[in-house]
Design a protein around this ligand. Structure first.
Ligand code: GLC
Length: 685
């Protein structure tokens, strides 16, 4: 059951697609006040769990911290932070009351979940304008699915986007890109795509190519595609101010950039120096910006990543002037301690300063609106621009698209990656914890920078991280410039990575099947254990294992020098230790706690009893995969079956009954499926 309330005069965000009648009476378990902005409070029972909030720090259970929805170019994803790049204002209380709450407003929202008082949840929207949705249901899982139905079908990525992607800031020339591809090919490590960071552009200008470093970009795209490898260029939000640059000149002429209050065009410093922001909240400007992607579609590019769209601002004139003025005042002065700390923080404070978000304006449906009020929509609408532009010129095919910033609703157009994490062991666990929260908010095509974006990665960190990344739809190794090289072949014994990545390719049929079913059925690919085992008190507490699809549980190792980890099994399962696509061992484990040994070269997967995992042989890239022959792994004591979803992987033809292959295994262990050669390795219990 969904209850909708209209409070104040909210901006239409296009997050919800379902029609919901407006209710008047608030549920009695909330106390709601609209006197000074909007404040909603409720008491949390001792055993209540709070799920949701998508991309955020800390646990799957969000209790015990204060979160703020304010999209931010945040480079430190640590426990002191309250906001990252996205605003995912949906949460579920699972306890005395089982209820979902969606705060639909593009402005700031504060979620105090047991921070001020351990037993209180309070939500504040200071400007008081929002659509409030309250979802009632029997379980948290049911509420999450109701929310997904309300907000519309998630983006479906092409199947090649499930291949392994290598990226780095920055591959500075055609030669360098070829070297990377060669490194993978010579070591027989599978690869499907190369991420092109800002270095391919001419002076960081969107929709340009640096012709000195990439004289035949088009040729490179075609040459690599013949080898089954796609180039995925980055597009940034800000447009460089430069006479003669068509995007800049058109934007100025048509009035498509965000403006200051006095009508002049707002300027901010980002990678290219001074820039303007396309007003993607304005229909015409959005269409114009989206159609720019055509330039790359014409070169047969099939995927993009949208970045810096919080939007990130390095500095504005006003903030820089403030810094110079202060420095002038401090010069030659005997600084006291407060002045010294002030001086120390002056430049960092210029970055993504909230004062700048109050300085510029959009024109939305003919109405001038301050950016601050709609801040959290910018990344969503930039990506919607891209999606709609691409749709216009490449309607029949699926295109890979993922963004850094997002708001709920954007999940219908694209996926996300979780931004600038670090080469830290704790960030493997953070990556895991975000997955179910992102799925609840609609984002299914998701992944983190494997090995960490910033900082120097070690071989063991990358291997353990890949052993989690193997399960995420977006599987991309990306790094910051000036960090240690971490393409798989850069470490000793690259064969170790070859074997790990072969496991990924062996699992692609299953992962793609579960992903697409989650898309088509508004379901979650990754779930907290408690969603599946509601009455199991142990399962409710687990924060480092996830249910994956309908058949698997994952429990990666995320500590350095560990030879394994404790795993809780809520029921009997088969542990498969994959060492490569065709090299694995299986072990039947009973419900309960186990210490599971996992070597660095192994990927553990847990298969529920009377379920099975179909795997195929790996290939050098997804285009080369043969899924006609599959091996079935698991344990059974009765007849079982699996509905494998397979389509052509690239057209918009999705979700037909003909895309399902039913695989049956009868009590005697005879396996059958139309058009498949099956090898049955399922344990008979
Ligand atoms: C941002 C992105 C990162 C990218 C860098 C340079 O920090 O999050 O992925 O490499 O910009 O474009």
């Amino acid at each position: 059951m969904v209850y909708k309330y209209l409070i104040g005069n909210p901006v239409e965000t296009q997050a919800v697609v379902m029609d919901c009648p407006v209710s008047q009476e608030y549920p009695d378990y909330f106390s709601i006040s609209t006197e000074d902005g909007f404040l909603m409070e409720t008491v949390l029972g001792e055993q209540d769990l709070v799920y949701g909030l998508g991309e955020n720090v800390r646990g799957i259970n969000k209790r015990g911290w204060i979160y703020e929805s304010s999209c931010c170019d945040e480079k430190d994803h640590d426990e002191t932070k309250s906001a990252l790049y996205s605003a995912h204002n949906f949460l579920i209380i699972d306890g005395v009351q089982t209820v979902g709450i969606f705060i639909d407003t593009p402005g700031d929202v504060v979620f105090d979940i047991g921070y001020t008082r351990l037993d209180r949840l309070s939500i504040r929207v200071s400007d008081g304008n929002l659509r409030l949705y309250v979802l009632e249901g029997d379980s948290a899982y049911e509420i999450a699915r109701e929310f997904r139905r309300m907000t519309g079908q998630s983006y479906a990525a092409p199947r090649w986007a499930f291949g392994y992607q290598q990226s780095r800031w920055g591959y500075g020339s055609e030669e360098e890109v070829r070297q990377v591809v060669k490194g993978y090919q010579e070591n027989h490590i599978p690869l499907d795509a190369i991420g092109m960071d800002i270095d391919y552009m001419e002076r960081y200008k969107d929709f340009t190519v640096d012709r000195t470093a990439f004289p035949d970009f088009e040729g490179l795209v075609k040459e690599l595609k013949e080898e089954g490898i796609r180039l995925v260029p980055i597009i940034d939000a800000a447009v460089k101010i430069e006479e003669g640059y068509d995007v800049y000149e058109e934007g100025i002429e048509k009035g498509y950039f965000c403006k200051n209050e006095d009508g002049s065009v707002f300027e901010a410093g980002v990678w290219p120096g001074w820039t303007h922001f396309p007003d993607v909240l304005n229909d015409e400007a959005r269409q114009w910006f989206g159609e720019k992607y055509k330039m790359f579609l014409d070169m047969e590019i099939e995927g993009f990543w949208n970045d810096m769209n919080e939007p990130a601002i390095f500095y504005s004139r006003e903030e820089l002037d403030r810094v110079w003025e202060k420095i002038e005042g401090y010069k030659n002065k005997n600084l006291n301690v407060d002045e010294f700390f002030d001086l120390e923080g002056l430049f960092p404070a210029c970055l993504n300063n909230r004062r700048d978000y109050e300085r510029f304006y959009h024109e939305m449906d003919g109405v001038k609106i301050c950016h601050k009020q709609v801040h959290n929509l910018y990344g969503y609408y930039m990506t919607r621009a891209a999606s709609q532009g691409i749709e216009k010129f490449r309607a029949d095919k699926r295109t890979l698209l993922f963004s850094r910033s997002s708001y709920i609703g954007m999940h219908r157009y694209a996926g996300i990656w979780t931004g600038d994490n670090k080469a830290w062991w704790s960030h493997i666990l953070l990556n895991l914890k975000m997955l179910p929260s992102l799925n609840m908010c609609g984002f299914l095509y998701v992944g983190a920078d494997l090995g960490g974006f910033a900082g120097d990665c070690t071989k063991d960190l990358l291997m353990r991280w890949i052993a989690l990344g193997i399960f995420t739809p977006l599987m991309r190794n990306h790094a910051r410039r000036n960090t240690r090289r971490k393409e798989c072949y850069q470490f000793e014994n690259p064969g170790d990575f070859r074997n790990l990545l072969k496991v990924r390719y062996a699992l692609i049929p299953y992962l793609y099947s579960e992903y697409m079913k989650a898309v088509l059925e508004d379901d979650l690919m990754f779930r907290p254990l408690a969603f599946d085992y509601r009455s199991d008190d142990r399962a409710r507490k687990v924060e480092d294992q996830l249910m994956l699809g309908k058949d698997l549980m994952i429990a990666p190792v995320y500590e350095q020098n560990a030879d394994g980890r404790y795993v809780y099994l809520p029921e009997d399962m088969v542990l498969v230790r994959f060492r490569s696509d065709e090299d694995y061992s299986t072990e039947y484990l009973e419900k309960g706690h186990h210490y599971v040994e996992v070597k660095l070269t192994e990927v553990p997967v847990f298969i529920k009893k009377n379920h099975f995992l179909p795997v195929c042989s790996a290939a050098s890239c997804t285009d080369q995969m043969d899924t006609g022959k599959m091996t079935l792994l698991g344990a059974m004591d009765r007849e079982i079956s699996y509905r494998l979803y397979e389509d052509d992987g690239y057209t918009q033809e999705i979700g037909n009954e003909s895309h399902i292959t039913e695989i049956w295994v009868d009590k005697e262990g005879r396996a059958r499926a139309a058009g498949k050669e099956l090898v049955n390795r399922i344990l008979q219990m």
